[in-house]
Design a protein around this ligand. Sequence first.
Ligand code: OOG
Length: 266
Amino acid sequence: GQEQEQGHGDLDVRIAALAATLDEAALTGRTVPKLTDSTELDVPGAYRVQRALIDRRVARGERLSGFKMGFTSRAKMAQMGVEDVIRGLLTDAMAVEDGGVLDVSGLAHPRIEPEIAFLIGEPLTGRVSPTGAARAVAGVAVAYEVLDSRYDGFSFTLPDVIADNASAAAFGFGDWLPFDGLDVSTRGMVLEINGRTAAVGSSAAILGDPVRSLIAAARLAEEAGLPLQPGQVVLAGAATAAVPLPSGAHARVTAAGLGRVEVTTR
Ligand code: OOG
């Protein structure tokens, strides 16, 4: 009884302290050694740190605006030696309007990657079929994500990166297209920086079909007790490796048949 409660209290304090470390790093743009260098952290503990980190942002007035999925490519999964995707939480403060300006001067080592995004139209959570997932979608768009690890050297273990909100920093998306029966599984995707091709790939790199990532998001939403809500966005994952994103750059992502999205950095 007493002893166990004491133990939980200590854990909560430890989780809060780890979240504060990562939050400070993000606020100051100064990286920190990865948490697992100095503490034991498993995947469930890491998700608690992530949640505590987002709770701090929500306490500052930010609103939860969806999920980002990570390690959705077989290549990245193999590189990390993991078998499952991970989830990060998006807030409205991370969103950049299409064609807008993103200040990267406060980021440590930003990278950009081309993605596919889904707009949630009906609550989505639990085990769903492709048809069930599709029914909850109000739109699909070409998107990008800006990653910025809060760790020294952009280097981490699986629990570290989960705690660090899956390296989420910013995101943007193009016009939403109706998803009804649209096949987004093999769209050619191009990331251009300052008019030069920086990466090319296919949406097939996202678990073979971004819809699989959406299904995984629904499963993780249930596990987290955070059902996806109408108006929220799911970033389904990257079609290519992430590319360094300097200040003073213009980035454009296109996906065949889905249009484009652009951002300028300063
Ligand atoms: C972790 C985030 C992974 C992706 O696209 O796989 C991710 C990282 O590589 O920094 O978002």
